[in-house]
Design a protein around this ligand. Structure first.
Ligand code: SF4
Length: 192
């Protein structure tokens, strides 16, 4: 599917959708007010799509049985395979709707990049790891430009991410008739 703008995956709560475990969101003004004018979004909340509902019991990542499992904080119900199934379905959607980058919610057991707290069986933090959904998306495409929402608060990191997105989009859709690269650079620069 061709796109006239860069297409970014995004954790739904960052665009203001009330999908968090407590029914809230984590809207980021830079995304909702500025970057939204320059990109198409491919919005996903892995936990809602996994059928966990909103509100829901918060989950955490635990090192169990030699692997990393996503379990309810209190009930310890294991929902790993449900979220993995959402990741698999999302990755197959990318065959039709390719993306040029992804903005992930920081520290989420589903959407977080490598800084998600990892707990032992007693619930103590013993390290950090990737969120189940984000890890699967990045394993599928290690060169995908990614940013956490906290990184977008830093001007230099923001610019670096947007430039990586722009280069990838231009490579993907550099068909005749699309606006020249510099035009989109200017457009994105205005959003910084
Ligand atoms: S961080 Fe991911 S799983 Fe959690 S509410 Fe946001 S979109 Fe949903």
């Amino acid at each position: 599917m061709e796109s006239k703008r860069p297409r970014l995956g995004v954790s739904a709560c960052l665009l203001g959708e009330p999908v968090r475990y407590d029914g809230g969101h984590k809207a980021q003004e830079f995304l909702t007010l500025r970057l939204s004018e320059c990109v198409e979004w491919l919005v996903v909340c892995p936990e809602v799509e996994a059928g966990l509902g909103t509100p829901r019991e918060p989950v955490q990542l635990r090192a169990l049985g030699g692997g990393v499992r996503m379990v309810g904080r209190e009930t310890r119900i294991d929902v790993t395979s449900s979220v993995e199934a959402v990741a698999t379905a999302f990755i197959s959607r990318l065959n039709q709707a390719q993306i040029d980058g992804f903005v992930f919610k920081d520290r989420s057991p589903s959407c977080g990049t490598h800084t998600v707290p990892l707990h032992n069986d007693r619930g103590e933090v013993v390290g950090s790891t990737w969120g189940v959904f984000a890890g699967a998306v990045l394993r599928n495409d290690p060169s995908l430009p990614t940013a956490r929402e906290d990184q977008l608060a830093h001007r230099d990191l923001r610019r670096l991410f947007l430039e990586q997105v722009l280069v990838r989009w231009h490579r993907r859709s550099g068909a005749a008739g699309l606006p020249p690269l510099w035009d989109w650079k200017r457009l994105l620069a205005e959003a910084v």
